[in-house]
Write a protein that binds this ligand. Structure first.
Ligand code: MG
Length: 275
């Protein structure tokens, strides 16, 4: 992968060769693979992805985990359903994440990632302690597989995330920085946030969006095509260069079908003009 190479985030929701050829058809040869909560993480499935990546000359920076039962409808629903925070699904999601780390090792990919959900501010809170300890166990499995474990940003301010990273205390715990999430969740200016956690960023999402509507409790902002939202993509790319980031610029566009294809193609053009 070249420094700041443009890539695409995609889901493992089709046979590997078919999916990789689709993504290559957009004009990139690197990306991040997301595996849904019910996606096949077995050894044969991992071998099929590994072989397809090799045959197609496609490189993955990260494999993302998502979990069955997650719902991003609004902020209270995210708090209740996403990541490691909900106590009822914690054990099964831990097992799933460890499994994803082993799956990713077969692919030869050096980073796993997920949204862990809203981390409580109070370090003495039972959920904080349980999630901190769970993140340590995931880090340790990832380290054994030669991987970093990257937390997706956005649901807490950068300072809270920075403090959480320190309290976990694992050198392979990193950040997948998504500037749009900072805006969609109303957590803070993404460029200022990037300055706070600059030393911890291992990968990024190039995504855009608008701030939540004023006066609507718990509402999220709306994602927009890259360059059309409030992030300020040129200043984001400039900031990444300033902090010495050399990983890929991975486009994430969370709509589907023809709209997604069209927006990704425009995003590739935009990012190639900025890198
Ligand atoms: Mg993202």
């Amino acid at each position: 992968m070249e420094p700041l190479e443009v890539g695409v985030m995609f889901w493992g929701d089709a046979p590997p060769v078919e999916k990789i050829r689709y993504v290559k058809g957009l004009g990139v040869k690197c990306g991040q693979l997301g595996m849904a909560g019910d996606a096949d993480l077995s050894r044969p499935a991992a071998a099929a992805w590994r072989d397809a990546l090799r045959a197609e000359g496609f490189e993955l920076a990260t494999v993302f985990a998502a979990y069955t039962g997650e719902n991003y409808a609004d902020i209270p629903t995210v708090q209740r359903t996403v990541g490691f925070i909900p106590p009822a699904t914690r054990a099964e999601r831990e097992a799933r994440t460890l499994e994803l780390s082993d799956f990713t090792a077969v692919l030869g990919v050096k980073s796993i990632a997920c949204h862990i959900g809203y981390v409580p501010h109070d370090q003495n809170h039972a959920d904080y302690i349980a999630v901190r300890d769970m993140v340590r166990r995931v880090c340790d499995r990832a380290a054994g597989n030669g991987q970093t474990f990257a937390l997706e940003t956005g649901q807490e301010p950068a300072a809270t995330l920075k403090q959480f990273l320190a309290s976990v205390g694992r050198p392979n715990l990193k950040v997948n920085f998504d500037p749009a999430n900072m805006i969609l969740y109303g957590t803070g200016d993404p460029i200022e946030a990037l300055e706070v956690i600059r030393d911890d960023v291992v990968s990024v999402h190039c995504k855009d969006g608008d701030w939540p509507p004023k006066g609507v409790d718990g509402a999220l902002g709306v994602e927009q095509p890259l360059g059309k939202g409030a992030v300020g993509i040129p200043r984001f790319v400039d900031k990444l260069k300033e902090i010495g980031y050399t990983g890929p610029l991975t486009i994430e566009r969370e709509v589907h079908g023809e709209q997604q294809r069209k927006d990704i193609l425009a995003a590739i053009t935009l990012l190639r003009s900025l890198r």
